[in-house]
Design a protein around this ligand. Structure first.
Ligand code: SF4
Length: 478
């Protein structure tokens, strides 16, 4: 293995020339005329929404460089894997994806980037057939590190400690979905004891306002009606005196934008001003996903979270008061070392008491180098499984209850695609999944829907006819 830590005047591969050309606009235009010589590239993402947004930018960069981007699993000449290291399972999935690709495309150039490339480069480097491993600092320049698709005798590792500078991203995410994700921030300084993200992605840094507005406008111009803001710890955004709330206010002015949704955000980073802004905004979805992790103070202290149970509960109650009807979701971690039956039951009580519409339930996974690794009182996997099941059941009941409150109302739905029964499926701003039977094409359309009932965990309704009396008089619920 060859390990370096920088981009030493690298030049990006163009598929027609093989090695060492620059990616000038002229070259890109020339490549568009050489379809016959197109090479295939495939991409795969393991992990979070932030990884997905970065892979979408790789997809754009590959397409504008003349590659034919084929679905993961199809024969390919170049494979870029965006990895995750949040759990043992995620890391195993990454290794499996590499092996699967090499089985089908033994001559493909294999480039691996992302969190696992940063924390587990030596393990990845031992997989025969891996050519390039790029850590977090140079992740977005992975294509510039591939001057040729020629397989290498040993993997090159390009890895350094991510710096804290504001950043820009070259390109516009290519999304197949109606919703597009916009990366506004990276890294985290919070050092929760179970989490290796500060090691994998580095410390907090923010995307410049000009650059994120550029991509935001480009995504809207491409037809995306909903933009999801994403980062590792987005509430900590700070660039040239601008806060995360400023990001939202500027994006709301982007011409043609219909919806902005905040992805997961830490409870201690949400000022009252953001809640008040959300309450009066018709663009910012009335939706907050705020990780709780545990409803027990001792466990929260062990996790080195920055709030007590009481402070978290007060926050959600305040937010629910300021934004009536908002959707609240949360993450809960099960099996953190030292979580006994009493601690778990306190978590159950807290999630039952708060107005969550759903829970994301995760099992604790020991991560090398984290503070929690040293805590000895581990929880047996059988108990973790049973506790996870209990919380998932609660989540399911909460999802149904939150859906039910919409019966008899009219909501605004952004439609995505048909399901296997031929019904159109879409989402409200408050994250309710809505199903409608309709002949007309509804993909990426925002339409009022009258909710009549429920089927499974979906609300079922009918389109409100344009200019109908009911549409004129409807009270729309976001
Ligand atoms: S806030 Fe905690 S859990 Fe979230 S990324 Fe930062 S260290 Fe990890």
């Amino acid at each position: 293995m060859v390990e370096g830590n920088g981009l030493l005047n690298r030049r990006r591969l163009t598929p027609t020339e093989g090695s060492n050309p620059s990616l000038s606009a002229v070259t890109r235009d020339a490549l568009k005329c050489t379809k016959a010589m197109e090479r295939r590239a495939s991409l795969h993402t393991i992990g979070c929404r932030l990884n997905q947004s970065e892979t979408a930018v790789f997809s754009h960069q590959l397409r504008t460089s003349g590659f034919q981007v084929v679905p993961f699993g199809e024969p390919t000449d170049l494979f870029i894997l965006n990895t995750c290291s949040v759990t043992h399972g995620a890391e195993a999935d990454c290794r499996r994806a590499i092996r699967q690709t090499l089985q089908r495309s033994p001559n493909a150039f294999i480039a691996v980037t992302g969190c696992y490339a940063q924390t587990g480069a030596s393990t990845l480097g031992m997989i025969p057939g891996v050519d390039l491993i790029v850590g977090s600092q140079h992740k977005m320049a992975v294509l510039d590190l591939i001057p040729s698709l020629e397989k290498r005798n040993a993997p090159e590792i390009v890895r350094g400690n991510p710096n804290r500078n504001d950043f820009v991203i070259d390109g516009i995410g290519h999304f197949e979905t109606t919703r597009a994700t916009l990366k506004v921030q990276d890294g985290c300084d919070f050092m929760c004891s179970f989490c290796n993200i500060p090691f994998a992605r580095g410390r907090e840094r923010s995307r410049t306002m000009d650059d994120l507005l550029r991509e935001g406008q480009a995504l809207v111009d491409r037809g995306h009606k909903e933009i999801v803001l994403s980062g590792v710890n987005i509430g900590q955004y700070e660039s040239e005196g601008n806060s995360f709330l400023d990001v939202i206010k500027y994006l709301e002015k982007v011409s043609g934008i219909v919806r902005i949704r905040i992805s997961s955000i830490e409870p201690t980073t949400i000022p009252d001003a953001l809640l008040e802004h959300m309450a009066q905004s018709s663009i910012l979805c009335h939706y907050l996903h705020v990780p709780l992790q545990s409803g027990d103070d001792d466990v929260l202290r062990g996790m080195q979270r920055r709030y007590s149970v009481c402070e978290y509960v007060e926050f959600i109650e305040k937010a629910a008061h300021i934004i009536p009807g908002a959707c609240f979701g949360t993450d809960v971690m099960v099996g953190f070392p030292g979580e006994g039956e009493n601690e778990f039951e306190r978590t159950v009580d807290v999630v039952n008491a708060l107005p969550f519409s759903y829970l994301h339930v995760f099992s604790y996974s020991e991560r090398p180098g984290t503070a929690a690794e040293k805590i000895v009182e581990k929880v047996h996997p059988r108990i973790v499984k049973a506790r996870s099941r209990k919380l998932r059941d609660i989540s399911q009941s909460k999802r149904l209850a939150s859906c039910q409150r919409y019966i008899g109302t009219t909501v605004s739905v952004l439609f995505e695609q048909r399901d296997s029964d031929g019904c159109w499926i879409g989402l409200t701003g408050t994250y309710v999944r809505v199903s409608v039977r309709a002949d007309e094409e509804l993909a990426n359309k925002l339409r009022p829907v009258h909710i009549a009932g429920m089927m499974g965990d979906k609300a079922v309704g009918t389109l409100v006819a344009r200019n109908s009396r009911s549409e004129k008089h409807l009270v729309m619920v976001s």
